[in-house]
Design a protein around this ligand. Structure first.
Ligand SMILES: [Zn+2]
Ligand SMILES: [Zn+2]
Length: 316
């Protein structure tokens, strides 16, 4: 499965090396705009004009779907119907995602988190109102606390917590609308259905655009799924969610993950095969270190699952 393997190589999304490269680019850009040479300063009469470095970029994916890159850290998606637009995820919160999304659409904006990790819910405070699965508030409270956001920025983004996040008060957090399996976002001639797919977090969801067939999958259907972070559930739960997706596979045209490029529908078979191999013991896993700690890794046809050997099966 060449395409999935290629996608997998591209998708090793939380690779510190890739992030470092990306951050080096950002630092270079910041230095370029904030530290002009002496000669430049003289040319500008020592008053170089402040510039805002580019953080977000976007691209059209067709079918009225936009992907927004969070400076390479993660991908958000904007889906437009006739009457409303839906923003899936809010990124790390470094820059104002609300303003950016509104620059792409004039429609009233609904917002949902695929799950509540800091790279997907860190920008929630740019909104008054966010949708979240009913099993996810504990994850949200844990991962988007100021302490954890500061840790995320230090350990993952290699930079201090931005001032706009450091000064947040309790009143700045949005009102949550808790949703369940089967909830439908009605965007006007376009319905987006929610499937509950626990594993990566207790309240992870995928969003199925019933018209185009695209499925927005957060960190669930992704080149390398992580089932070892704090509050992740089990490989058994994860497989059940994948099987719920598989049950409607003939109505899915592509997967749009929270990191990396779109994935073909066939990729689901590889991910299911990997989960099954872990559950059966056919794959015992190789030791694997990530920035959040050591775990085991199994890979099959380009699909990888990083897991905690203590959280393979659900407790009886
Ligand atoms: Zn995640
Ligand atoms: Zn993520």
């Amino acid at each position: 499965m060449t395409s999935a393997r290629t996608a997998h190589l591209f998708l090793d999304r939380l690779s510190p090396n890739r992030l470092t490269i990306c951050l080096h680019g950002l630092v270079a850009a910041l230095l370029t705009v904030t530290l002009p040479t002496t000669a430049d300063a003289h040319r500008r009469h020592q008053t170089p004009r402040a510039q805002t470095p580019v953080w977000f970029t976007h691209a059209a994916l067709g079918d009225g779907i936009w992907t927004i890159s969070d400076n390479g850290v993660d991908r958000m998606y904007l889906v437009e119907g006739q009457t409303h637009a839906l923003l899936v995820d809010t990124g790390v919160g470094f820059a104002d995602i609300n303003a950016y999304a509104r620059s792409l659409t004039d429609l009233p904006l609904l917002v949902v988190n695929s799950h509540a990790h800091p790279d997907h819910a860190g920008g929630n405070t740019d909104f008054h109102h966010v949708h979240l699965h009913a099993d996810e508030p504990e994850t949200l409270a844990h991962f988007t606390s100021k302490t954890n956001m500061r840790h995320t920025y230090n350990a993952f983004l290699d930079r201090p917590l931005p001032e706009r996040l450091a000064r947040l008060e309790a009143d700045d957090y949005p009102e949550l609308t808790l949703i369940q399996e089967g909830f439908v976002f009605e965007l006007g001639q376009r319905n987006i259905e929610v499937l509950h797919t626990p594993g990566h977090t207790p309240g992870s969801i995928v969003l199925h655009d019933l018209g185009s067939g695209a499925m927005l999958t957060g960190d669930t259907v992704i080149g390398r799924a992580w089932l070892h972070p704090p509050l992740a559930t089990s490989v058994e739960d994860f497989l059940m969610g994948l099987e719920r997706i598989e049950a409607r596979k003939d109505r899915i045209t592509r997967f749009l993950p929270g990191h990396g490029e779109p994935l073909p529908v066939e990729f689901l078979d590889s991910l299911i095969g990997t989960a099954e191999a872990i559950l059966s013991g056919a794959c015992e896993g190789e030791s694997h270190t990530t920035h959040i700690g050591a775990a085991l890794l199994c890979e099959y046809e380009g699909a990888g699952i990083v897991f905690d050997p203590e959280r393979i099966h659900n407790p009886d």
